[in-house]
Ligand binder design. Structure first.
Ligand code: HEC
Ligand code: HEC
Length: 217
């Protein structure tokens, strides 16, 4: 085989300077990949890749962050970072090591100040789930006791209404089988153990279909 030769043609002629700077740019690329200038980006833009910039992620794999409590966003971020929450397939953990910790309060404020997500309705029968959510049952307190309250005597619980049903079901299952264990005093693990698979499905579908009330954070 003949050695392959670069052929630049005759008109217009590439100057040596052009060729050198082209080759130099190829050679520099791997080194530059780690030095991409992100200084003009807002710190939450990277989060938007998965959670969407409006905080309403399209895929149930990624929780909606719009209107979520800032304190809850910060706690989860720190839990992923410190290895206390590991049920994310590694994606959040990787991102927490890339993001400047000093930016966390601003990022949490950004997402929490966005308008709450829109509910997604479903025609599944969720009457028992509705009772459990709002009133509880003999073996369980109402979910809203914590998930609708900012009482400082209670642990910081996220707003759940209008979250993706698939995401809610995954979290409840993860608490139940111990894949997620960052809940203070095992509060959610204890509750999830009392739920059947059917409870989890119906609760998740019911909660996703609820309008999130206006609440103070
Ligand atoms: C590559 C995709 C990806 C990016 C980028 C990303 N996340 Fe996540 N995030 C996830 C996944 C996946 C989960 C959790 C999935 C699970 O538990 O099943 C998650 C969960 C979270 C949660 C928990 C929410 C809840 O309701 O419990 C918070 C808070 C969060 N991310 C904040 C952020 C912030 C802030 C950024 C930007 C600094 C960010 N994420 C960037 C993928 C991503
Ligand atoms: C005693 C208070 C309390 C009660 C009652 C309670 N929860 Fe929770 N829940 C919490 C706390 C606190 C967290 C956040 C744990 C953490 O810090 O990661 C949580 C987290 C969750 C999450 C994860 C949400 C997310 O965005 O990742 C789901 C889903 C959930 N709870 C569903 C329920 C359901 C359904 C009920 C009722 C059957 C319920 N909870 C009752 C305190 C409570």
């Amino acid at each position: 085989m003949r050695p392959h030769r670069l052929h630049f043609g005759s008109a217009p002629r590439a100057t040596t300077g052009m060729v050198v700077s082209f080759l130099l740019s190829l050679w520099l690329q791997p080194a530059l990949a780690d030095m991409i200038d992100t200084s003009s980006m807002e710190p939450w833009e990277v989060c938007g890749l998965c959670h969407s910039l409006d905080g309403n992620s399209r895929m149930p794999k990624f929780p909606k962050l719009a209107g979520q409590r800032a304190a809850y966003i910060e706690k989860q971020f720190r839990d992923f970072h410190d290895g206390n929450r590991e049920n994310d397939g590694g994606q959040m953990q990787a991102i927490t090591t890339e993001s400047e910790p000093a930016n966390l309060p601003a990022i949490a404020r950004y997402f929490s100040s966005l308008p709450a997500p829109q509910p997604v309705t479903d025609d599944m029968d969720t009457e028992n789930a509705a009772t459990l959510f709002t009133k509880g049952r003999e073996d369980l307190p109402a979910c809203l006791t914590c998930h609708g309250s900012t009482d400082p005597a209670l642990p910081v619980a996220p707003w759940l209404e209008a979250q993706h049903a698939g995401y809610l079901a995954k979290q409840l299952t993860d608490f139940q089988n111990g894949n997620r264990k960052n809940d203070p005093d095992e509060v959610m693990r204890t509750i999830a153990l009392k739920l059947t698979a059917e409870d989890i499905t119906r609760l998740s579908v019911f909660i996703a279909a609820q309008i999130r009330p206006e609440r103070t954070q």
